[in-house]
Design a protein around this ligand. Sequence first.
Ligand code: PLP
Length: 373
Amino acid sequence: MRPETRAIHIGHPIDPGNSAVSPSIVLSTTFMREADGSFPHNFVYTRSANPNRNALEAALAALEGGVAAAAFGSGQAATMAIYHALAPGDHVILPADIYFGTRALMEQHYNRWGIEHSVVDMSNSANIERAIKANTKLVWVETPSNPQLTITDIRRAAEIAHSAGAFCVADNTWASPALQNPLALGADLVMHSTTKYIGGHSDVLGGAIVAKEENDLFIRIRGFQQLGGAVPSPFDCWLLLRSVATLQVRVNAASDNAESVARFLAGHAKIKVVHYPGLENHPGHAIAAEQMRRFGGMLSFQVKGGAEEAIAVAARVKIFIRATSLGGYESLIEHRYSIEGVNSVAPPGLLRCSIGLEHVDDLIEDLDQALGS
Ligand SMILES: *Cc1c(COP(=O)(O)O)cnc(C)c1O
């Protein structure tokens, strides 16, 4: 089956009990044991496994080309499970442009527990090679990255990690499995905030880790999921599986819109730079064209005039909504520097847009009037 077909059929069996086409939500926390002590469906207690979670995990593993997936209650819970699976004294390499929370968890919590880290600009893979140490266990890749859409060569990053005896994990939230499959490029794990494109409707928080192999690292991650219990509810899993079915069409439509918006912004007099890997002059364009099927619905731009002007532009939008997060059907705009707080490394004049599924002419007209032209 091709990806679009898999997304609709894997994890969506017809219910053998009542022939329902849309799966039922199994709220029961506990499952009956037979007289002989067995569990005929292998469900015991819902923290360990639940039918809705299993269905979602099967769909996510299929979409990423992995052997297994572990679903979590948020993207950050998934990231924590990966960090937890390391040991004190291990060294992690993080990208300089990165989802703020991934770095904050490391700096505010895991350093204290003896995990070391380095931060490097991964748009040049030689920087990753230089940062490798004897105790490097993980190379964390995020591409396209938040908020500057830096592109990292996943294949090269995985090769560098593996030659040092380390694992490579890719945060694939922004591209989504509809556009990019890091496991096929050599990554060992894919991490997702399913809150974003996979959820697609800004109404469910979730995370997931997909594994290329059920190795010791993934077995430890599964252990934290099942014993730690940072799991999504059956209803959350149901919402996410419902959304997986439309992932490809939503992401294709968002990519169409974002490509047009990026071209409009690139020609605008009030704009200093547009960060969108689909533009030929983006420094990561060639690698993005190789490892992504489309360039996605996320873009950011810097206005001339810095933070004050960026905030003024965001204040004037009428269709875009001023809000954080991304990947929903509605277009969002955000001044990243002020939302991230004092430790932000985002440029002060940067606005980040999650381009939604509205008519593209309405989006372009809205940005045009907000830019004050
Ligand atoms: C949102 C996001 C996360 C964190 O996920 P939550 O679901 O908010 O916990 C991690 N990585 C990226 C790239 C994100 O956009």
